[in-house]
Design a binder for this molecule. Structure first.
Ligand code: ADP
Ligand code: MG
Length: 329
């Protein structure tokens, strides 16, 4: 079942179009990430999904029924849809556990106790349960915000850059917690983020740019067959070759004379070969591997990965494409 069906939605502010003719749907239980640069319309789109804003034109269905925006509902929004924004929705004068208990509505005390304990445990907050929100670290506070949102058992969780204040490790941890809890409870999650790495944890990604859908697809599809060079660059390092450069460096490959070709560093295989036409210019330790910057006799800089530290600066290498894996644009 579709939780949301969005058809040709447009929304503008005074002189400016924030969303132009957006169409897509979100399935029940799905985890969709919306990625795009600042100002691309992400928050506007999320507010429309939350029933907090009316589109200027187009249709938004929530579970097959036309959504009632703030012009119709006295209290804007839906009980089944929880919107979590950057500003923290916490009660500052009560403890961590009371913040969660407070969000559990309509249960008896025993069940509230049990459910609070489960959520504290799930979001690794049990040791801090007696503290006030102000005594938590940024990461713990953000996990509390999410635990509170999940306590109300929404059918849909809409998250607007909830981790923008967190470091990469904490934000990725919080995300994986949300993901597994949402899967357990069949909660639909729409996550807005400007961090492409966060989006890779989703089932599908919608890439928004200047109010338009650039691409919508499964995570692997967006990574492996991005619709444009811009989308490709969002999700990781990539080598970009003009048709001429591509032929110079991969003469064995069939040439599509018109396209620019993108090749991810992991799709380039190298071999050490004295007298070969590329030189290792730089070796950078990246933890699980080394990033090699190669310079070819044609003057092109090419990135690839070395998983065994086979190379040193100054080595001569030749390259090949792995599985013919180039992306044409
Ligand atoms: P994002 O969340 O991706 O940063 P927004 O949806 O907040 O994007 O904004 C999209 C565009 O609409 C931007 O150009 C922004 O300046 C404009 N905008 C957003 N909110 C308002 C508003 N309340 N009034 C006027 N312009 C707005
Ligand atoms: Mg925003």
């Amino acid at each position: 079942m579709n939780v949301f069906t969005i058809r040709q939605v447009m929304k503008g502010y005074s002189d400016e179009l924030a969303l132009s003719s957006i169409s897509f749907s979100v399935q029940q239980g799905e985890f969709l990430a919306i990625v795009g640069p600042s100002g691309s319309g992400k928050t506007t789109l999320l507010n429309i999904l939350g029933g907090l804003m009316n589109p200027d034109s187009g249709k938004v269905l929530f579970k097959d029924e036309e959504m009632e925006g703030p012009d119709i509902r006295l209290v804007p929004g839906y009980e089944e849809i929880k919107v979590v924004r950057q500003d923290l929705d916490l009660r500052l004068k009560i403890s961590v556990e009371d913040n969660i208990r407070d969000a559990l509505l309509g249960y008896n005390d025993d069940f509230k106790e049990e459910k609070t304990a489960i959520l504290l445990d799930f979001f690794s907050l049990t040791p801090f349960r007696k503290k006030r929100p102000s005594q938590l670290s940024g990461g713990q506070r953000q996990r509390l915000v999410i635990a509170r949102a999940m306590a109300s058992e929404p059918e849909v969780l809409l998250l607007d850059e909830p981790f923008s204040a967190l470091d990469v490790i904490n934000s990725s941890l919080a995300l994986s917690e949300i993901k597994s809890l949402a899967a357990e409870t069949n909660t639909t999650v729409v996550l807005v983020t400007h961090q492409p790495q966060d989006a890779l944890q989703a089932d599908r990604i919608l890439v928004l740019q200047e109010g338009e859908v650039q691409q919508l697809g499964r995570v692997e599809e967006i990574y492996q067959t991005p619709a444009s060079v811009e989308v490709a660059k969002l999700f990781g390092p990539i080598n970009i070759f003009s048709p001429e450069e591509f032929q110079q460096h991969f003469p064995d490959q069939p040439l599509n004379s018109k396209s620019i070709v993108g090749v991810r560093p992991e799709d380039i295989i190298f071999e050490q070969k004295p007298g070969a036409s590329l030189i290792v210019e730089d070796v950078t330790f990246m933890g699980s591997h080394y990033l090699l910057k190669l310079k070819s006799t044609f003057g092109k800089e090419i990135m690839t990965y070395d998983f065994q530290k086979r190379c040193e600066e100054g080595d001569q290498v030749s390259i090949e494409l792995k599985n013919d894996h180039g992306m044409s644009f």
